[in-house]
Design a protein around this ligand. Structure first.
Ligand SMILES: C[S@@+](CC[C@H](N)C(=O)[O-])C[C@H]1O[C@@H](n2cnc3c(N)ncnc32)[C@H](O)[C@@H]1O
Length: 261
């Protein structure tokens, strides 16, 4: 089954495609320190709820200030959905929405006020690589937002086997923050998702898949879709729910050092 079709179906009812509630996303947006005309990069933007909410909040004001955002995602389904939503919800924002691999986006160094990569750190070979890539694209004194899993406890080897995960693939919550410090960033916020947010994120996928199967019984992908959902449900209920954590991490890049002369 096509990977992006699978994620399109299983995330159809998600507003945010990660285990963060909409309320927490809004709280985070309210705590961002952005200028009047922010320039924002979101790598692996998905259906773009973060970009859309930013564009709605910082959209063109009476003085003509404009939000300028770049959203990059490899899924043709997500980018098409985002383009439609952007035309409806933020027609005045300058949004560049690109269907491409995130690692291939040629970000101009130090050019964005906020750079984001939420839930796709494999694009830059992991959490530390993601922090470095985003840092380099962010202006001095700007902000870097990542969403990253962490181990809440040692993962059962059977869980790793079943889910195709590696112990070294994720760090601890403290390690995720420390990686930012190691990259020269100042930690500003770490918003950890709770069980309710995780349950909503995981179980909405069960519902979307079941509804798709009921309305598209002749789609030859349905058996594989349901088998993958069943395996994911088993992994989540048996191990993942107690083992894997998730947080949004916000950092600031160092401000430009002003010379005294
Ligand atoms: C967990 S979702 C997160 C989406 C979005 N950031 C959010 O939080 O709602 C991961 C996203 O990464 C995208 N993705 C996966 N591999 C990618 C790649 N190599 N380049 C760009 N996007 C990618 C997927 O299409 C998906 O939209």
């Amino acid at each position: 089954m096509d990977t992006w079709k699978f994620y399109d179906i299983t995330h159809r009812d998600h507003i945010v495609c990660n285990p963060t509630s909409v309320a927490k996303l809004d709280e985070l947006i309210g705590l961002l320190d952005l200028p009047a005309e922010p320039r924002v990069l979101d790598i692996a933007c998905g259906k773009g709820e973060l970009l859309l909410r930013l564009a709605e909040r910082w959209g063109r004001g009476p003085g003509g200030a404009a939000f300028r955002g770049v959203g990059v995602d490899v899924s043709p389904y997500h980018i098409a959905e985002l383009r439609g939503a952007a035309a409806r919800r933020a027609p005045d924002a300058e949004l560049e929405l690109l269907e491409m691999g995130g690692a291939d986006y040629p970000a101009t160094p130090a050019s964005f006020d906020l750079t984001c990569c939420v839930g796709a750190s494999w694009i830059f070979d992991g959490h530390a690589g993601t922090l470095r890539a985003l840092r380099d694209a962010t202006r001095p004194g700007g902000e870097v937002l990542v969403g990253e899993p962490f181990w809440q406890r040692q993962p059962d080897p059977a869980y790793l086997d079943s889910a195709g995960l590696r112990r070294a693939g994720f760090g601890s919550h403290a390690g995720n923050v420390a990686a930012g410090v190691e990259a020269g960033l100042t930690p500003l916020l770490a918003l950890v998702s709770n069980g309710d947010e995780w349950d909503r994120y995981e179980t909405l996928q069960w519902r979307s898949a079941a509804r798709y199967a009921a309305t598209n019984p002749d789609d030859p992908d349905v058996p594989e879709l349901l088998a993958r959902i069943e395996r994911g449900r088993h992994e989540y209920l048996t191990w993942g729910r107690e083992t894997l954590g998730w947080a949004l991490y916000l950092f600031r890049t160092p401000a430009a050092v002003l010379s005294e002369s």
